[in-house]
Ligand binder design. Structure first.
Ligand SMILES: Nc1ncnc2c1ncn2[C@@H]1O[C@H](COP(=O)(O)OP(=O)(O)O)[C@@H](O)[C@H]1O
Ligand SMILES: [Mg+2]
Length: 346
């Protein structure tokens, strides 16, 4: 049922959810219409700000200026400021609509979308129309070889290191047999399709147990099977996020040769079957608890620091990225140390 809130209705007082946090999980900023998706207490809220809805309101100029800045922005700060500007007035609404979240949540609870559009603003407050919508529904063609996991059968792991774990994107799921898998949320359809396709090709090439790439376990779908929520992959046991956490550590030099050999072997195997990793960068290398290097993320995309634009999606691009990471990037600190020591003793 449509409803509306305004900034004026916000009250900070006796609020049981004062420490409620939220995470911006996706956003798209454009002059005519922007949207921000937020995870808050196991509920996703999708907020749309359309220029035509705020025309002639108090917010028209402010919004246009901020959007123009965010689009020009290199270091993303203006982008983040704009996202918070859009999200802030919705916080009271988030509170109202997330008070009944169960203690133990499944992925089903986490996809209750609250959708709202900024409507014509009055004076200094702004109103939202709130309505259920399937704007963000992502559907995949069926993959007969990959099983589906139903959202309500997967429990979300509560991670105590998070202040409010329900307001983060879940990273792990517990299945009905109590085993855990890595959860990769679905956002970009093209990337998701590449990821699934690559995992199937790796399987068909017989590489699954030969290379350090986590197996694709299943596709997470909503209970009515209409929406793809994400992927489950075998969990790489790891105490860190990625190779980024290992840069500048003594360990990195100790294991450097091993990681270089393992990653090179994986990329060589992929290439020998016509498969390109694509998005080569330190964030897509996971070091497990036995200090082995795994390759993750077959969604495509690229970071120009590691793969030059012209080489994206090619074998040459993969080798460029691997060389950049293991022959330059990871050694930066080591060189710095050596230079320093040399300077010190001479
Ligand atoms: N199978 C896995 N097991 C454990 N951690 C993983 C696994 N796959 C990815 N990760 C971690 O999650 C992060 C995000 O996963 P990734 O596939 O790179 O998604 P994105 O497309 O969001 O970059 C990686 O940087 C890595 O730290
Ligand atoms: Mg990645």
């Amino acid at each position: 049922m449509p409803a509306s809130i305004s900034q004026a209705s916000s009250s900070a007082g006796m609020d049981p959810f004062q420490n409620m946090s939220h995470t911006v999980i996706d956003s798209h900023i454009k002059l005519d219409s922007s949207w921000v998706t937020v995870m808050c207490r196991a509920t996703r809220f999708h907020i749309t700000v359309s220029h035509k809805d705020i025309r002639r309101s108090h917010f028209e100029t402010e919004n246009s200026e901020m959007v123009a800045k965010a689009i020009d922005d290199d270091d993303e700060e203006d982008h983040d400021v704009l996202c918070e500007w859009i999200v802030d007035p919705c916080l009271p609404y988030f509170r109202e609509n997330t008070s009944n979240v169960p203690k133990e949540i499944t992925f089903k609870d986490s996809v209750g979308f609250g959708i709202r559009t900024l409507s014509q603003g009055h004076s200094r407050s702004w109103d939202y129309e709130c309505f259920p919508s399937d704007d963000t529904v992502l559907d995949l063609p069926p993959f007969s070889e990959v099983p589906n996991s139903k959202a309500s059968d997967l429990r979300i792991v509560s991670d105590t290191q998070w202040v409010d774990y329900m307001s983060e994107i879940p990273q792990k799921a517990i299945l009905s047999d109590d085993t855990s898998r890595f959860f990769k949320p679905a956002d970009d359809k093209k990337q998701l399709l590449r990821e699934v396709d690559m995992h199937l090709r790796i399987r068909h090439a017989g590489l699954q147990d030969k290379i350090k790439v986590a197996n694709l376990h299943s596709i997470v779908v909503s209970d009515d099977a209409k929406m793809t929520i994400g992927l489950l992959l075998d969990l790489i046991p790891s105490t860190s996020d990625s190779l980024y956490s290992h840069k500048n550590r003594a360990l990195a030099s100790e294991y450097h040769a091993r990681w270089k050999q393992q990653i090179t072997a994986t990329v060589r195997q992929l290439h020998s079957h016509g498969l390109v990793w694509g998005d080569v960068h330190p964030g897509n290398i996971v070091i497990d608890t036995s200090f082995n290097a795994w390759v993750v993320d077959f969604g495509g995309g690229s970071i120009v620091e590691f793969v030059p634009r012209k080489k994206v999606g090619t074998k040459a691009g993969d080798w460029h990225g691997v060389g950049k990471i293991l022959d330059e990037w990871i050694l930066e600190k080591k060189r710095y140390d050596l230079d320093n020591r040399a300077g010190y003793t001479s």
